[in-house]
Design a protein around this ligand. Structure first.
Ligand SMILES: [Mg+2]
Length: 180
């Protein structure tokens, strides 16, 4: 049986961009990046904080990781090597607006389509009630929308919650996670 998916946002969970500029969270390193759309010669490079230990912690979880970020395929260039992740697949976005008419975040419909009935967790700093309602109504399998504080990024408690959710899934994925 296939493992559940873990849809991974970058800005918020991996890059705690909302922390005070003078208060980089412990364990993070500072990077200056020029991804697409940020490559105007006079634009200051984008400051990104990343934790080099996060990749190993994510890979230890019983999920298949998928980028779910506006960095899209560029997450493999700019983010993955700095957190210790391999190249990962990414979700393409079909919506140009921040949110849709039904109040969902722009990512929500595409993630449900990508999952295609496979259990998933979605780790993001911008999910809300409309997204939970949409997923519950349109996704015929277990799903967890796991919110991360963009001032703090992923914390030990987040990894524990993700491991615990996989462990309680019915079927083999959960048994493996529980060591059975
Ligand atoms: Mg985000």
């Amino acid at each position: 049986m296939t493992r559940p998916l873990l849809f991974l946002d970058v800005d918020g969970p991996l890059n705690p961009f909302a922390a005070k500029a003078s208060r980089r969270p412990e364990g993070y390193t500072t990077h200056r990046m020029r991804p697409r759309g940020w490559d105007h010669p006079r634009a200051k490079p984008l400051r990104v904080w990343l934790n080099p230990g996060h990749g190993a912690q994510l890979l230890a979880l019983p999920y298949d990781l998928v980028w779910a970020t506006t960095w899209a395929d560029e997450a493999n260039t700019w983010i993955a090597p700095n957190v210790g992740l391999p190249d990962l697949p990414h979700v393409d976005w079909s919506c140009d607006d921040y949110s849709r008419d039904d109040g969902t975040y722009f990512k929500t419909h595409d993630l449900v389509d990508y999952a295609a009935g496979r259990p998933f967790v979605w780790v993001d700093d911008e999910t809300g009630p409309a997204d939970r309602e949409y997923v519950a109504a349109h996704h015929g399998a277990p799903a967890l929308l796991h919110h991360v504080d963009p001032r703090k990024g992923l914390l030990p408690g987040d990894f524990e919650a993700l491991a615990a959710w996989a462990a309680q899934l019915p079927g083999r994925a959960g048994e493996e996670a529980a060591g059975g």
